[in-house]
Design a protein around this ligand. Structure first.
Ligand SMILES: [Zn+2]
Ligand SMILES: [Zn+2]
Length: 271
């Protein structure tokens, strides 16, 4: 479940998306101004032009950007996809079908490349192809690697530098210095280390230790309704499992989340 959408279920664009979030009523990329999400739609439109979105063997979904004529550029909807992690926005994929839009799941931008593909008038042009990974794959892989142990303030500063770099890595460049797993891990390692063994929500000690003897805490992305993938560490908080469940499933979840956002201001100072 992401933002109330259930994977595999069919939704109505007007009634289920625009009525709730507003956003552009035309085109395949919807960027609601008032909500921290970017919605992309895959369909048959590209097929008429001789290309189509596709899932690679390694699970990465390749999605063609927007722009009907001439070279595609990294602006508007395309920019929103490339920057969604740094902007703290969830990226949701729907597939256009006869009955409506099928929810395919939540993705994380990993990279993009340029490909030659025909535009609406049949002329070859630069097309931006986004490489997007299902969020659960990112979260699972990152979780398998235990967080780094931190012994000194110097270590913490070094972890913070890595996490900030991961969040701010410019997606405008095709050459990224690290992949989405590494960036996600840098953010998590720093946030968990910053918490020093205590939940940053309720202050209680972590409920148990990992096999690596590090306190068990979970990184929560305050600006999103779901977790996984990199985000600015000033908006990611380390929570005990109880507090984390409360944010996502509690009756007062959104109120509690707002109070965590308030807490983050003193935790990170400048946020
Ligand atoms: Zn807690
Ligand atoms: Zn969370």
């Amino acid at each position: 479940m992401s933002w109330g959408f259930e994977r595999g279920k069919i939704y109505n664009r007007r009634g289920d998306i625009h009525a709730r979030f507003r956003g552009q009523q035309q085109g395949g990329i919807i960027t609601p101004a008032q909500h921290t999400l970017v919605i992309i739609i895959t369909g048959e439109e590209g097929l008429e032009h001789g290309y189509s979105d596709r899932t690679r063997a390694d699970g990465v979904f390749e999605y063609f950007g927007e722009g009907q004529i001439g070279d595609m550029t990294l602006r508007a909807g395309n920019k929103a996809i490339a920057n969604h992690s740094a902007d703290g926005k969830s990226l949701l994929l729907f597939k256009k079908e006869k009955a409506g839009l099928r929810f395919e799941g939540e993705l994380v931008y990993e990279s993009h490349h340029i490909e030659q593909a025909p535009d609406r008038e049949g002329n070859l042009r630069d097309a931006i192809v986004f490489e997007l990974r299902p969020i659960e794959n990112v979260a699972e892989v990152v979780e398998v690697v235990s967080p780094k142990a931190v012994t000194t303030e110097l270590d913490l500063a070094a972890l913070r530098a890595l996490a900030m770099a991961a969040a701010n890595e410019s997606p405008g460049k095709t050459q990224t210095t690290s992949n989405v797993f590494e960036r996600s891990r840098h953010v998590r390692d720093y946030v968990v280390a910053r918490a020093k063994g205590h939940c940053e929500g309720c202050g209680a000690p972590a409920p148990f230790l990992r096999a690596s003897e590090l306190p068990y805490l979970e990184p929560h992305h305050i600006r999103r309704l779901t977790d996984g993938g990199p985000d600015d560490p000033r908006h990611v908080i380390a929570l005990c499992p109880n507090c984390h469940r409360r944010v996502h499933s509690g009756a007062d979840g959104s109120i509690y989340n707002a109070s965590l956002a308030e807490k983050m201001k003193s935790i990170e100072g400048s946020a």
